[in-house]
Ligand binder design. Structure first.
Ligand code: ATP
Length: 268
């Protein structure tokens, strides 16, 4: 593991055991993500994307294999790993500022300096005027921005983004993609995004991981060209080669539906 490795998954397999028997959700999956890298996981429903994020977050312990974040083995949830979900899960009885600092409160690190950092983030994300309001007074996009501030507030080394834009209208989704992308890049954060939206995955990422189901595994890795990886997501969609990449990923999905095995190939 190099000093710049943010995340290392080694030979992860995971069985869910329940009354109906055991289901192999992930099999022998290995993946390394470098610091500052933005990686997206795409694949058909049931290929284990959410299971994998839960394992990285330490919410689920894998049946086999190991996870390291910033060189430390993951045995449970840690403030080093931030998690942003499709729903904002803001507490309706707390103001926006009090929602944004909740992770710091739970960690016992709500210092004056950290609260100032949160206020700075709220301002940066255009929420300064909303800090005394309650979640029901905000739009869905604003609430998701608060959720992003709450996630960033604890200064995690790694951010896990599980469909964070899928409940938003299209315009808000595109705006938030740009905001999240810019925030990750300007803070040098490492991010792993799960999305069903192929275009979003290509527009936001340095690298795409296409997963296959039954059992969940990596089917293909695609390293995105700099012209796309370094552009803001909205602009990335206008870059040469974007449509071709979309078709390449789409064809992988098609091939999986018609039963093609696929193999781990890296293209640039
Ligand atoms: N708690 C559970 N108990 C048993 N099986 C489960 C459980 N959670 C997930 N699975 C199974 O594990 C496999 C992977 O599920 P997972 O939710 O990780 O996939 P996913 O790629 O995130 O799916 P989606 O895109 O639909 O959200 C599926 O076959 C699913 O049915």
């Amino acid at each position: 593991m190099s000093t710049s490795t943010a995340l290392e998954l080694k030979r992860i397999s995971h069985f869910y055991v329940n009354d109906g028997g055991a289901a192999l959700a992930l099999q022998n999956l290995s993946l390394t993500v470098e610091q500052g890298e933005f990686v997206s996981l795409v694949g058909p429903s049931g290929c284990g994307k959410t299971t994998l994020l839960s394992i990285i977050a330490g919410i689920i312990l894998p049946t086999e294999g190991s996870v390291q974040v910033s060189g430390h083995r993951v045995f449970g949830p840690s403030p080093k790993v931030g998690y942003m979900l499709q729903q904002d899960y803001l507490f309706p009885w707390r103001t926006i500022e009090e929602n944004a600092v909740i992770g710091l409160e739970l960690n016992g690190t709500l210092t004056k300096e950290n609260r100032e950092y949160v206020l700075h983030l709220l301002n940066q994300f255009g929420l300064g005027a909303q800090k005394g309001k309650y979640p029901t007074e905000l739009s869905g996009g604003m609430r998701q921005r608060v959720a992003l501030v709450r996630t960033m507030a604890v200064k995690p080394d790694l951010l896990l983004l599980d469909e964070p834009f899928s409940a938003l209208d299209y315009q808000t989704k595109l705006q938030l993609e740009d905001l999240v992308f810019e925030t990750m890049k300007s803070h040098g954060k490492t991010a792993v995004l799960v999305t069903h939206d192929i275009s979003e995955a290509i527009a936001m990422s340095d690298r795409l991981i296409v997963m296959a189901p039954n059992p969940g595994r990596i089917r293909k890795e695609i390293v995105l060209p700099d012209s796309i990886a370094r552009s803001m997501p909205l602009r990335a969609r206008e870059q040469e080669g974007f449509l071709q990449l979309f078709h390449d990923v789409w064809n992988e999905f098609d091939a999986m539906e018609s039963g093609g095995a696929g193999n781990a190939v890296t293209t640039g």
